[in-house]
Design a protein around this ligand. Structure first.
Ligand code: FAD
Length: 443
């Protein structure tokens, strides 16, 4: 008789993992705590509920998000099929009717002869038993407490605050200059790019920031922000010059164009594994994405910035994946335990589905005494898993899929679109090789 697999969490990742395991012949018990106990964001008792937007992001070739979805389709993802059935017109995005989507997934899981659903909150994980932990960013408190013991860490609860990231190619280098404060560069070349403001530009930036619309809070009103990572709009509200003495301070910088210290400056820091992208240091914010783009483009040097990620603040529960997980999403200290979804250190609906799929496939291989195969690094899912298992453990931040997570092309192309097209072509070819499929790749 096959092992009985436990899956905790009937969200996006948990349902996809359950399906993949059951399709491979394993009996699965899927624990979902709703409706017995609910979360701050879920509103129904359906499996795979989309808690906020109904968009699964761009479905336009050649975007990184399209590629990830394309890979999932080839890997026979249940949730991608449900998304197709639930699809509604949404321009270039894969937009779904959230009710139809959740109904489709629930129906398939409920009808599967090898899946049993139990509506129960799990508070303890038995690491000896084959388990996928997929309890999401709003993991219940008692289980989160148990996971801190299992993972040997106290870093599990976060009010997440992330700064925007821009594509390096879209920064105007005739304005933004490389330098570290007081020339204290680690390698002598200037570790930061600095976007210098004069007084007029700063005043206009503050006016627009104060007038900008924030997104509706995903977190309860009474939750205080950490003082060390206040959103910039909140700092600006405390006084017109407060940003100039905080994240926009110009101390120790000299603008080579004027030979003087700028009135204010935004520093851009190269991302660790994201060779082609820069983080706006200390610029976490809570602005609507459209507003955010408009206002951040007022920063000198970022007038044409392409945003790979927008600043956001919301509650998030995730493990310090690079310290704990293998590239196959397996807990290094307890090989029977796999993590999937947002708690595994990824960000986003499709990324959660993708890691659910991989955890299911890999746990099935592990239980069949087959080696857990890593996905090719050139694929979107392979790059995402490489990031979560290799990023800097000290300041780990979950990631959406983005082209800067992929390995560079052997022959780098100058044109951005051509580069992205080639990255997609290469990924799908490698995925086919991995799957043992022989076909001409048409992207
Ligand atoms: C408020 C909010 C809004 C978001 N909006 C978006 C968005 O618009 N677009 C986007 O791409 N991403 C968004 N995300 C991020 C992320 O993509 C979603 O949270 C996504 O649902 C994560 O999938 P998951 O499977 O990891 O978790 P979930 O889909 O949340 O599934 C986890 C499941 O586990 C259950 N559970 C929790 N603890 C236990 C327990 N102890 N025992 C049993 N069951 C348990 C929960 O009830 C839930 O059903 C948002 C996140 C939050 C918190």
């Amino acid at each position: 008789m096959q092992d009985l697999v436990t899956i905790i969490g009937g969200g996006l990742a948990g349902t996809e993992a359950a399906w993949q395991l059951a399709q491979r012949g394993f009996a699965v018990v899927l624990y979902e705590m709703r409706p017995v106990q609910t979360t701050d964001a879920h509103q129904t008792d359906r499996l795979a509920e989309l808690v906020c937007s109904n968009s699964l992001k761009s479905d336009q070739h050649p975007s990184a998000s399209w590629l990830l979805k394309q890979e999932l389709r080839r890997l026979d993802s249940l949730l991608m099929r449900a998304a197709e059935t639930a699809r509604v017109p949404g321009g270039q995005a894969l937009t779904v009717d959230r009710v139809v989507f959740a109904e489709e997934v629930s129906r398939a899981i409920e009808a599967h002869p090898r899946i049993e659903i139990r509506r129960e909150q799990i508070t303890q994980v038995d690491p000896a038993k084959p388990t996928v932990i997929a309890t999401g960013p709003l993991t219940s408190g008692s289980l989160a407490a148990n996971l801190t013991q299992l993972t040997g860490t106290d870093r599990l609860f976060f009010y997440d605050s992330i700064s925007p990231i821009v594509d390096a190619h879209s920064i105007d280098r005739s304005i933004a200059f490389a330098a570290s404060r007081y020339d204290k560069s680690l390698d002598g070349t200037g570790d930061y790019l600095n976007c210098p403001f004069d007084k007029k530009q700063y005043e206009q930036f503050i006016d627009e920031l104060m007038a900008a619309q924030a997104v509706e809070a995903h977190v309860p009103d009474d939750v205080p922000y950490f003082e060390s990572c206040l959103p910039i709009e909140e700092i600006a509200r405390r006084g017109r010059d407060t940003l100039r003495f905080g994240p926009m301070k110009p101390m120790g910088l000299t603008d080579p164009r004027t030979g003087r210290r700028p009135y204010a400056a935004v520093q851009l820091r190269k991302e660790n594994l994201r060779a082609d992208s820069y983080n706006l240091v200390g610029f976490q914010n809570h602005l609507k994405f459209g507003e955010q783009k408009r206002i951040m483009r007022l920063i000198p040097g970022l007038e044409k910035a392409e945003f790979l990620r927008y600043g956001q603040i919301h509650r998030n529960t995730y493990i310090n994946a690079p310290a704990l997980l293998t590239e196959g999403l397996q807990l290094r200290a307890h090989p029977n335990v796999f993590f999937a979804g947002q708690i595994s250190g990824v960000e986003g609906y499709v990324e959660s589905i993708a890691t659910g799929l991989l955890a299911g496939v890999n746990l099935a291989a592990h239980l069949s005494d087959e080696p857990v195969r890593h996905l090719p690094r050139e694929t979107a899912l392979g790059s995402l898993c490489h990031y979560i298992s290799h990023a800097d453990t000290k300041k780990y931040q979950p990631a959406n899929i983005a082209f800067d997570l992929f390995p560079a092309l052997a022959n780098p192309l100058k044109d951005r679109k051509e580069r992205q097209t080639e990255t997609c072509r290469r990924a799908l070819e490698k995925l086919d090789e991995y799957m043992g499929v022989r076909r001409a790749v048409h992207v």
